[in-house]
Design a protein around this ligand. Structure first.
Ligand code: HEM
Length: 387
């Protein structure tokens, strides 16, 4: 059997499979850009930017139901709005729009900066430190939990739930489902207690007052929104911050440039999102027989839009595997690209930029203390601070 066929059949986009995944992406894109993997019950992987954008633009053929999460996120309830297809998707998505406009996100700016600075100061005072635990993870947890109205006393529970649901679901599905149940119970209680209070000016308050197709949202719909936003809002941004620091820790020159020119941090942040994308792929289900890059795909087949591979497609980017912190015209797929394009992209971007600004301002030159720690995920990132 040829090497590329084996690579394709065994292709995965989770966990340790990501360690050297960029070589695999190159091989697949060159030799078999749309092919079949046997993992997770079997799926077609789609690795070229053009094909991914085309599939994103055609939700009638490439549906999200039963779920774009493969394997499931510790529950089989459809998550709103990510697992909802047209026509209902538009109404469900609309409910969340006021929370994520650039203006709404700008209002969070001062608190975000203060929190980042305080967390960065804890890192700066140490010699060897886990910057994921002390900085990359708590920053988005605090910012999003305040926006959402998740009580501060509960925040310490969140990391384990995220780890079990997102990172254990491939090797340890039972653990993911148990954590999923705990999260459902948690939001069940929170929503019930909030139902008797005056609606507050936060995510839960907005959802409780929202109307869809002339009616209020049901308790199960509220639960589904909370469950998805909890997972979408914490893990992705933590990954983006951690992976950016992972890169910078190995590149003192990039640290120097960004410290001296903080106005270049937003451009660098886009490049980190492109090359070290927190969401490497999302699933779809084919609703009718079709073709992508000459490959026939049948109705009912599952496929995965591999954003991480599309983001390094040489047909779109010069030297695609090179991280160029000043790369311009960087139209990438880190937030998707169709009707399900990330609703939290303004928030995620701003959190990443502010986190990097404050970290570089407060923390002196840093390097990797444990080079065996991978580029991906939200696990430890051990840094040595100071030269
Ligand atoms: C750097 C951080 C983030 C990245 C890289 C990211 C990435 C993504 C991706 C790839 C999708 C799926 C797009 C598709 O399949 O076309 C998505 C959807 C979504 N994201 Fe994010 N995300 C981030 C942060 C956030 C945050 C902070 C929130 C909210 C708190 C959020 C909320 C959502 C929602 C609600 C959807 C579903 C939108 C829909 O189905 O219409 N994301 N995100």
């Amino acid at each position: 059997m040829s090497e590329n066929v084996t690579a394709g059949r065994e292709f995965d986009y989770h966990g340790p499979a990501l360690d050297n995944v960029f070589d695999t992406y190159k091989q697949l894109r060159e030799q078999c850009p749309v092919g079949k993997s046997e993992k997770h019950g079997g799926f077609w992987y789609v690795t070229k930017s053009e094909d991914i954008f085309a599939a994103e633009q055609d939700p009638d053929t490439f549906a999200v139901a039963p779920s774009m999460l493969m394997p499931a996120f510790g529950t089989d309830m459809p998550l709103i709005p990510i697992d909802i297809d047209p026509p209902d998707h538009t109404d469900y998505r609309k409910v969340l729009l006021p929370l994520f406009t650039p203006k709404a996100i700008a209002k969070l700016g001062d608190g975000m900066r203060r929190t980042s600075r305080e967390l960065a100061q804890e890192v700066a005072g140490q010699e060897v430190v886990d910057a994921s635990h002390l900085f990359a993870r708590p920053m988005p947890t605090i910012i999003f939990s305040r926006l959402a109205g998740f009580p501060e006393k509960d925040w310490p529970k969140f990391d384990r739930w995220v780890d079990d649901i997102i990172y254990e679901r491939t090797d340890n599905p039972e653990r993911a489902w148990n954590a999923g149940r705990e999260v459902i119970e948690y939001f069940d209680d929170l929503l019930t207690s909030r139902a008797d209070e005056e609606p507050a000016d936060d995510l839960i308050g907005v959802l409780q007052q929202a109307e869809i197709q002339g009616r209020k949202l049901t308790h199960d719909e509220l639960l589904s929104y909370c469950y998805l936003l909890f997972l979408a809002g914490l893990d992705t941004t933590a990954w983006a911050i951690r992976s950016s620091l992972w890169y910078l820790a190995q590149n003192p020159e990039a640290q120097r440039v960004l410290r001296e020119n903080p106005d270049e941090i937003p451009t660098a942040a886009e490049e980190f999102l492109r090359t070290l994308s927190p969401v490497q792929g999302m699933a779809r289900t084919c609703k009718k027989d079709t073709e992508l890059s000459g490959q026939k795909i049948k109705a009912g087949d599952r496929l995965v839009l591999v954003f991480g591979a599309g983001n390094r497609d040489p047909e779109v980017y010069d030297d695609p595997d090179e991280i160029q912190i000043d790369r311009q015209n960087n139209r990438h797929l880190a937030f998707g690209g169709g009707i399900h394009r990330c609703l939290g992209s303004n928030l995620g971007r701003q959190e990443l930029v502010v986190a990097l600004e404050e970290f570089l301002e407060v923390v002196p030159e840093f390097s990797l203390a444990d080079p065996s720690e991978p580029w991906h995920g939200v696990g430890p990132l051990t840094l040595r601070i100071g030269k």
